[in-house]
Ligand binder design. Structure first.
Ligand SMILES: NC(=O)c1ccc[n+]([C@@H]2O[C@H](COP(=O)([O-])OP(=O)(O)OC[C@H]3O[C@@H](n4cnc5c(N)ncnc54)[C@H](O)[C@@H]3O)[C@@H](O)[C@H]2O)c1
Length: 463
């Protein structure tokens, strides 16, 4: 028995149910870099919602076998039995890791945000490559721990589920920013049309607790989060995003898609300070709309004064004039604007398609204006299509290096977690103490930056 190799530690009762055996033996998995004649044995944690998309996308790779499936919603078992007859089904990912940990190479995690880090870290602890949905983790601390672990274990191939970063338009944006087209970066603005109508925010804790449906293991859904009653349609599926215990609000949900290019191009580090302007955050939920200001020290890609990142959601958006973009340019939806010394780049998140023909009506390619707001004709790099999921799988075969790897994703998402935590202290400038995971001028910040796991839950490397 070798407890130091275990991924997680459960309460005494749970230990009794699953006797402690070494998970990894000398002849079993992990197999770090797979050879050309091998196949990636994949375990899937969460198969509903985005988990279904992830499962289908990964199963299409010609060198992937789905060998284990897990979801706290038992209805998936029947649904996938025919499609993946060889895959064993589990309700509890810890049991799956215990019983089958020596039969798979990699794990894909698509649970709600609060369970990303516990599952992903447990998987890496036993040497598994990990694809984890965005945002990488719930708290600032979890993001840092995942990033640091991945940095220290370079044989592990990791990827955050920001599949839009593989799209040609998004990669053209990044390449032109990296090429220095707009010069040193001065500031970054980004906005999202969430949460408006997508999921609830700005409400007190839902009332009307009922017995969870028989197919849902509610206690396992709660996982490391504090216990609360199940309320029909309040959290699962999808609606949990605006609740502090489970999600990261609109910034965490969309910021990883929208801000990744700007972050990567500006070589940003950790924020020095943060401020959330909002009026209706509650004890339980994020505000309905907010602006968040994050400040960063200078890097080799920014002006010497450092950079401010401004985030807007819930229908808020900066005026074109503030951004240096001509009036009349449509900046609705989800996008970022990077302001440099030599000009301004608009980086739309998504292309828009004609419903009937499927043709692109608005490209996600970058648009650039000079300091006189004159449009610059771009020589866009010609890029090949890329599949974000396959790029990670191919990384496990040593053929690629995924860009949304955990060291980058954790750095980006730590900023988003800090921004999300700031909504607990509305309209105040907070100094981020990144060494101690607190705010220098608000010691109550620590509980939101390094959240405590529920009694009975402890994950090696996280708690
Ligand atoms: N990359 C994208 O474009 C994109 C899009 C949507 C969602 N997401 C991300 O995917 C994740 C899931 O979001 P969603 O909208 O699918 O949520 P959802 O609530 O619709 O689905 C979550 C699924 O996870 C299952 N689940 C919950 N806890 C689990 C646990 N402990 N173990 C196993 N299964 C568990 C649920 O039963 C359900 O099947 C989130 O992190 C979200 O941010 C990413």
């Amino acid at each position: 028995m070798n407890p130091s190799r275990r991924t997680f530690i459960r309460g005494a009762a749970a230990f009794a149910a699953f006797p402690l055996l070494p998970i990894i033996s000398a002849r079993s998995y992990p197999r770090f870099q797979l050879g050309p004649n091998q196949r990636l044995q994949l375990a899937k944690v969460a198969v509903g919602g985005m988990g279904e998309s992830d499962l289908e996308a990964l199963a299409k790779h010609p060198n992937v076998d789905i060998v284990a499936l897990c979801d706290v919603d038992g209805r998936g078992k029947e649904k996938y039995a025919a499609q993946f007859p060889k895959a064993q089904w589990f309700n509890d990912w810890r049991e799956m890791f215990d019983k089958l940990g020596n039969k798979f190479d990699a794990v894909c995690v698509s649970t709600p945000d609060h369970m990303h880090a516990p599952v992903a870290m447990s998987a890496m602890n036993i040497g598994k490559h990990v694809y984890c949905q965005k945002p990488l983790a719930h708290s600032a601390y979890e993001n840092r721990m995942l990033a640091d672990f991945a940095k220290g274990h370079s044989k592990l191939v990791t990827q955050m589920g920001t599949q839009r970063s593989a799209m040609i338009g998004r990669r053209q944006q990044l390449q032109l920013l990296n090429d220095g087209l707009i010069g040193k970066i001065k500031s970054i603005h980004a906005w999202s049309d969430r949460p408006m109508g997508w999921w609830p925010q700005g409400n007190p804790m839902p009332t009307g607790g009922v017995k969870p449906p028989q197919w849902l293991a509610w206690d396992l859904w709660l996982g490391v989060a504090p216990t609360r009653p199940y309320v029909d349609k309040a959290y699962a599926p999808f609606m949990w995003r605006g609740t502090y215990d489970f999600g990261c609000g609109a910034l965490g949900d969309m910021g990883c898609h929208i801000l990744d290019n700007a972050f990567m191009a500006a070589h940003l580090g950790l924020p020095i300070s943060v401020r959330c302007d909002c009026s209706d955050a509650t004890n339980d939920q994020f505000p309905t709309k907010e602006t968040i200001t994050l400040k960063y020290a200078a890097s080799d890609r920014t002006v010497a004064e450092g950079v401010t990142v401004m985030w807007y959601d819930g229908g808020l958006r900066p005026a074109n004039a503030l951004l240096g973009i001509p009036d009349g340019v449509d900046i609705r939806g989800n996008a970022s604007v990077v302001i440099g010394e030599k000009g301004v780049m608009l980086c739309p998140l998504d292309p828009e398609y004609d419903k009937d023909s499927g043709q692109v009506t608005l490209s996600d390619a970058p648009q650039v204006w000079d300091n006189a707001k004159k449009s610059i004709k771009l020589d866009l790099p010609q890029l090949q299509r890329r599949n974000h999921w396959f790029h990670w799988v191919d990384g496990c075969f040593g053929k690629t290096t995924p860009e949304a790897n955990f060291p980058f994703a954790g750095l980006l998402c730590e900023s988003l977690s800090v921004g999300a935590a700031a909504s607990h202290f509305a309209n105040r400038d907070l100094l981020y103490d990144s060494k101690n995971f607190t705010f220098t001028n608000e010691s109550n910040g620590a509980q939101y930056l390094k959240t405590k796991y529920r009694d009975g839950w402890s994950v090696k490397g996280l708690s």
